[in-house]
Write a protein that binds this ligand. Structure first.
Ligand code: 5RP
Length: 265
């Protein structure tokens, strides 16, 4: 691996090879998502607990201070909204813009099994061709759109493997039962996305812990962090699972004690 590529990978992965990415890119198709209406509030509070922020260029420019030391992973695909067909994406942001913003990596969605499978895979391939030239890692986002039921090991293993074969340096996917089937057949690091908010915090801690035990290197979580009433407590508890291999039960204790001290401040 070239020095630049290795350096950028090192910026987003902790020294332990694990990572907690805070996903804040949702506005690119959801608009002013609940509790992400003012992204700067999340960046300034929860952001410092993350290893990297997954953002669009609009949020990077408007919500992340140029003096910030937190690496950014730049979302570079999009072009549709929740009102239309969200699988219909193109490359929205060039590699030159990623360099200009000093992005540590970029993220591209692929919608495997959708009508736009070919187009989105070509978006990924095109971005990999551009980014490899400059030593910028590409994170493939294996997206399922509204078809959340697609989240099983067979489908996700297929999606992750194809993304890695096309040159993604990291693949982001959903957690599922038998998650080792996804990680063991994917030759690059896999990170777990969260999806919609769960009924309880322990559910998130359980699937993140299970995913890490079964080979994921970390998480790229959004709504389950910043839509929680106590996002900083959530971030600290999740960090403990990712970086300290803490159990879900112990992470819940971290969450509860942080929540109480947050409320008394
Ligand atoms: C949205 C994304 C998000 O980054 C990803 O889904 C993680 O966020 P969440 O944990 O809220 O699902 O790619 O398109």
């Amino acid at each position: 691996m070239d020095w630049g590529m290795a350096n950028r990978m090192g910026r987003v992965m902790g020294r332990d090879g694990r990572c907690f990415f805070l996903a804040m890119d949702h506005g690119y198709f959801l608009g002013p998502t609940r509790r992400l209406e003012r992204p700067s509030l999340i960046v300034d509070t929860v952001g410092q607990h993350a290893d990297a922020l997954f953002v669009t260029r609009g949020v990077a420019r408007s919500a992340v201070a140029p003096s910030s030391q937190i690496p950014i992973i730049l979302r570079v695909s999009g072009g549709s909204s929740i009102l239309g067909d969200i699988t219909n994406e193109a490359i929205t942001t060039s590699v030159e813009e990623a360099i200009r913003l000093d992005a540590a990596a970029v993220g591209v969605s692929v919608f495997i099994g959708s009508d736009n499978e070919h187009a989105t895979l070509m978006n990924l391939a095109e971005m990999v061709n551009d980014c490899e030239r400059y030593g910028i890692p590409v994170m493939a986002v294996t997206a399922v759109g509204k078809e959340l039921e697609k989240r099983d090991a067979r489908y996700l293993a297929l999606a992750c493997r194809i993304a890695a074969e096309l040159g993604a340096r990291v693949v982001k996917t959903y957690w599922c039962e038998e998650f080792e089937k996804v990680t063991e057949s994917c030759p690059v690091p896999v990170v777990i996305a969260g999806g919609p908010v769960t009924d309880s915090e322990i559910e998130v801690f359980r699937f993140v812990h299970d995913g890490i035990q079964r080979g994921a290197v970390g998480v790229n979580l959004g709504r389950n962090v910043w839509q929680n009433d106590h996002p900083i407590a959530m971030a600290k508890a999740l960090r403990a699972i990712v970086h300290d291999s803490m159990s879900p039960e112990d992470a819940l204790e971290v969450f509860e004690s942080e929540r109480i001290s947050e409320s008394s401040r």
